[in-house]
Structure formats: structure tokens, C-alpha cells
Design a protein. Structure first.
Length: 243
């Protein structure tokens, strides 16, 4: 791709790079550079063109470019260091986890909203786990159940509970399931604290045992039903704790 003033001349097929003239220049620069980064025009670790060259290409001041870089840095897309040109940050799932986790702590939602998200996600997840789980993963799931049964404190029970679901996600062989669970892990722990505090570990243990039996039998339909019942019980417990 041809380069003009250090910036690619196209943001997509047939689209020439034109100087920005609308209001909200910082946001426009952020959006333009974000598009380039996500499209792979600037590869991971590559240096972004100097502020002066970017500003000239986009028709904005160095100050606008500098502020746009600050925002892109906060979004985890570039690394900004004093005295050095910004560079594209390697893809880091932890950035997504932290950003979404912060939203979940501050957003207008309830733990019952979380259950509604978990129902389609984890029933699909467990069905795939039933098809793909290895003997070693099944053994780890059983171990997490034993650890939960033997736990003597609420934090240890919650940890073992979370570990069981994490193992199911890993067993799908699809890393996005693990990432999606991780992004809501903080809210899920708050949910588990409430439900286990209310009913103890017995209901969760019963659900985990039924799920594991179905996964071990490679019965995807039974695994879906077991997970659905497990999450519905959690939903009932959460409803009872709502004011």
C-alpha cells in the first residue's frame, strides 16, 4: 500500500485518506487510527508515524494527534512512552477483561441480568465440552467438585465453583469461551458469594455432578439440560436475595 506522509492513503477499498474537517477532531483521529490498527495496516509492535506527519496527513494539529494517542493508549491499542514514538500494542485479552470488568462494577445491571447472559452461553459451552473434553480435563472437573465439597470457607467454595466452570470452557477447545467467562468473572464471583452464602454448597455440588456425568457420557443434550437446571437454581437463589 502506498504511503503518503507516513500514513496509508486508504482506509479501505477505494477510500482515499482525506484531511479531517469536521468537529470532534480528536474523536475523528482516534476512529481513523483505530480503524487502521484493527485492519492490520500498522502491525503489532510497529511505530506510529510522528505527530507532525500524522497531523499534516489528517489536517489537524499536533495537540489533536497527541490527545488521540492518549485515548488510544487508554484503549490498549498503542503504547505511549515519554520521548518515544507510540507503538501498536500486541493484542492482550487482559485489556478487554479489565475494561469490561470495570463496566460491570459500575454499570446499571443486576446479577439476574448476568444469569440471562450465562444461560445461552454456558448451555452451548457445556454441549461442546461433552463432545470434546479429554480424560485429563474430566479428571480436573471431578477434582474441583471434590475440592468444593471439602472446602471449609466461603472463598474456597467459590474458587472451586468457578474452577469447574472454567474447566468446562477450556474443554470446548474454543478460547473465546474462556475469554467470555473471564470478562464476567468478577460478577460471577459476587453471584456465587450470594447463592452459596444462602444455600450452602450442596445445590451447586449437585448441579456440577449432574453436568459432569453428562459430559463424561458425551451426551450433549443431557449436558445442556443439566446446565440449564443448575443455572435456574442459581437464578432462584438470587431472586430470593433481591430486596
Amino acid at each position: 500500500m502506498a504511503i503518503t506522509e507516513g500514513l496509508p492513503v486508504a482506509t479501505g477499498p477505494g477510500r482515499a485518506m482525506q484531511p479531517l474537517k469536521r468537529v470532534g477532531l480528536v474523536r475523528e483521529v482516534v476512529d481513523r487510527l483505530r480503524e487502521q490498527i484493527l485492519a492490520g495496516v500498522y502491525e503489532s509492535g510497529a511505530a506510529i508515524p510522528p505527530e507532525g506527519r500524522l497531523g499534516e496527513s489528517l489536517g489537524v494539529s499536533r495537540t489533536v494527534v497527541r490527545e488521540a494517542m492518549r485515548i488510544l493508549g487508554a484503549q490498549g491499542l498503542v503504547e505511549v512512552s515519554q520521548g518515544k514514538r507510540p507503538r501498536v500494542r500486541p493484542a492482550d485479552p487482559q485489556t478487554v477483561v479489565e475494561t469490561f470488568g470495570t463496566y460491570l462494577q459500575r454499570g446499571d445491571h443486576t446479577l439476574l441480568d448476568l444469569i440471562e447472559v450465562r444461560l445461552p452461553l454456558e448451555t452451548a459451552m457445556v454441549a461442546l465440552a461433552a463432545e470434546r473434553a479429554t480424560a485429563a480435563q474430566l479428571a480436573e472437573m471431578e477434582k474441583s467438585i471434590d475440592e468444593m465439597a471439602g472446602a471449609t470457607s466461603l472463598p474456597k467454595r467459590v474458587e472451586a465453583d468457578a474452577r469447574f466452570h472454567e474447566l468446562l470452557a477450556e474443554s470446548t477447545g474454543n478460547p473465546l469461551f474462556s475469554l467470555l467467562l473471564t470478562t464476567v468473572s468478577g460478577a460471577m464471583r459476587r453471584s456465587r458469594n450470594q447463592t452459596i452464602s444462602k444455600t450452602g454448597a450442596d445445590r451447586a455440588l449437585k448441579g456440577h455432578s449432574a453436568i459432569l456425568a453428562a459430559v463424561r457420557a458425551k451426551d450433549s443434550d443431557a449436558a445442556r439440560r443439566a446446565m440449564l437446571e443448575h443455572l435456574r437454581m442459581a437464578e432462584e437463589d438470587l431472586q430470593d436475595t433481591q430486596p
